[in-house]
Design a protein around this ligand. Structure first.
Ligand SMILES: C[S@@+](CC[C@H](N)C(=O)[O-])C[C@H]1O[C@@H](n2cnc3c(N)ncnc32)[C@H](O)[C@@H]1O
Length: 200
């Protein structure tokens, strides 16, 4: 049961995935609110979310910042359908574009994003170098990459987060991988989890 919760968090699907989707909305609203506030979104910003899940973050941004374009990718078909339903009005008005696919394998085809962000996703990457290099290639000069992740210590206590599903990165590992990928200014703070900002 706990192992299946871990697997569902990595890639939600089926009936259990629908329950997990509702849990994500409840658990992560507050973190999305903090993240969105920290992003300091400007008029006409172009944003990209990796692993948008049920699409709550994209929805909160689209409601508040009318001149922004928000793109995103997720490799769960269920999440793609849920996020599409939640953001239908913004998709119809061409302010949101949702992609279905693996971030690591998909050609994004759009560049020069002001901000790229991901919340609770880095654990599912076995290596941080390739995804971080891809992120930096999507950003415009001075663009911002923003990550939220639970700490290694907290994840190690979570019985659902088995080692072969969750990569429990330390903040130092993430910091070093961002630096190696070419990010210049890297800042972070801890508030029940790590909020990490990296500037291209
Ligand atoms: C724990 S959920 C977090 C969802 C959402 N960000 C939130 O916090 O509510 C992780 C999400 O990332 C997606 N995901 C994981 N690895 C991915 C990858 N390589 N490419 C695209 N999506 C990915 C999963 O399908 C899932 O929706």
């Amino acid at each position: 049961m706990l192992r299946s919760l871990g697997l569902q968090l990595r890639k939600p699907s089926g009936l259990f995935g629908k329950i997990v989707s509702a849990m994500l909305i409840k658990w992560n609203r507050n973190r999305y609110e903090i993240l969105i506030n920290d992003l300091k979104i400007q008029p006409n910003d172009k944003l990209f979310e990796i692993g948008y899940g049920p699409g709550l973050g994209i929805n909160l941004i689209s409601k508040e910042y009318e001149s922004c374009q928000v793109y995103g990718i997720d490799f769960s078909e269920l999440m793609y359908l849920k996020a599409t339903k939640r953001n239908k009005q913004f998709i119809v008005s061409n302010r949101v574009k949702l992609m279905f696919g693996d971030f690591l394998e998909t050609e994004i085809g759009i560049r020069d994003f002001d901000k790229v962000f991901c919340l609770n996703v880095v654990y599912f990457w076995d290596n941080l170098q390739k995804p971080f290099e891809k992120v930096i290639s999507l950003l415009k000069d001075d663009g911002l990459f923003y990550i939220y992740m639970d700490s290694k210590e907290d994840l190690s206590k979570a019985t659902f987060a088995e080692d072969d599903i969750f990569n429990k990165y330390t903040i130092e590992q993430v910091h070093d991988a961002l630096k190696l990928a070419g990010f210049k200014e890297i800042d972070y703070y801890f508030d029940n989890g790590y909020f990490v900002k990296a500037k291209k």
